[in-house]
Structure formats: C-alpha cells, structure tokens
Ligand binder design. Structure first.
Ligand SMILES: [Zn+2]
Length: 191
C-alpha cells in the first residue's frame, strides 16, 4: 500500500489562495491562459480538453475547483516532476459537468472537483509510473485504465489526491480498470 504519510497530508501545507482571489471579474478563459498553479504547472494545461473545444464547452473551473487543482499541482505533480526529472503535462485534468457527461464519466469522478489527473508520460511504462507514485507520493486513488500489459505505455494512469480542506484522508487505493470492472493493482500485476 502507499505510504500513509506524505506531502499530500502535510498539515502545514498552504495553498496560495491569493493566486485566484480578487480576480473573479476577470474572464475565466483569460485567467486560465495566464495563471500558474505551481512553478511548472498552469491552470490552462489542467483544464485543456480537445473534446471541450470541439463541442464549444467552457471547461474552466470555479475558485473551489481551482483551489483543489492548485493543491494537486503542488503536492502531486511537482513532486512527481522532480522525481522523473523532466517536464510532462497531464493528458486530462479538470472536467466541468458538461464535459464529464459528454465523456461518459462517472458523476462522482474526482475530475469534476479538481482532484484528479490522467497521466501518460512518453518513455515511462505505466507500471513503472504507478510504482514510483505508490512508493514515494501520497495519493487518494491510482487507477491503471485500459492498459494492455504487453504494451507498457498503453492506456493511462488516473491519479487523485484529496484536498484536506474536504476533511477526507487519502485512501491510498491502487486499482486496475479494464473498462468493465475494478481489481486491486497488486492482484493484476502479480498474476
Ligand atoms: Zn481520470
């Protein structure tokens, strides 16, 4: 199981609320283009969606979801970037309700509240990526989705981190989802 203690649970962590407060009258789209959530991750890259663009959906988060994305950038994405040693960008981050419905995703998806990203990093097999996150970082759910074992980079890795402001501890669950059912990652990867 993942370590219970980690960056994501550091009670002394602070979220830079000043990043978005007082800017609410600025159009969300412009705010997205310019706003950095952390040193290396922007709001734009965490709400970018080709599907949203194609369907003319404004996929910009409200301040609460922005706060959670900021927490995730600081406590999951930055530590992961540091360990990998090179830049990457999540393939999917925030999803507004309209986009989430269009993608057929669960109404309880953590993408809806800014607590989840999907990862696919060229040159790194998803088993290795999952192993790195499980060993070294705090996470809520890690789900290897639509992965074909013979192709190390197939599918993607869904990773969520609970914002402590919601009063919920990270579950540290590592699962595999094949499109039909969820199984424990350890059972699948060892079998
Ligand atoms: Zn996901």
């Amino acid at each position: 199981m993942a370590p219970a203690q980690g960056l994501g649970q550091d009670p002394s962590s602070t979220i830079p609320r000043s990043l978005y407060q007082g800017r609410s009258r600025e159009p969300a789209a412009r705010r997205c283009r310019t706003m950095k959530l952390s040193e290396h991750f922007s709001l734009e890259e965490l709400c970018h969606s080709q599907t949203a663009a194609r369907h003319n959906i404004d996929n910009h988060p409200d301040p609460v979801a922005t706060e959670r994305l900021t927490y995730l950038a600081h406590h999951l994405l930055e530590p992961l970037r540091e360990r990998i040693g090179h830049p990457f960008s999540p393939t999917s981050g925030y999803r507004c309700p309209a986009l989430n419905r269009l993608l057929g995703s669960s109404g309880r998806s953590q993408h809806l509240c800014g607590e989840a990203v999907d990862l696919k990093i060229p040159g790194i097999g998803l088993h290795d990526l999952a192993g790195l996150i499980r060993r070294e970082l705090a996470f809520d759910q890690l789900i290897l989705e639509y992965h074909r074992p013979a192709e190390p980079e197939s599918g993607w890795l869904h990773c969520s981190l609970a914002d402590p402001a919601r009063g919920r501890a990270n579950r540290g669950q590592a699962l595999v989802f094949d499109g039909k059912s969820y199984r424990e990652m350890d059972d699948v990867l060892s079998g």
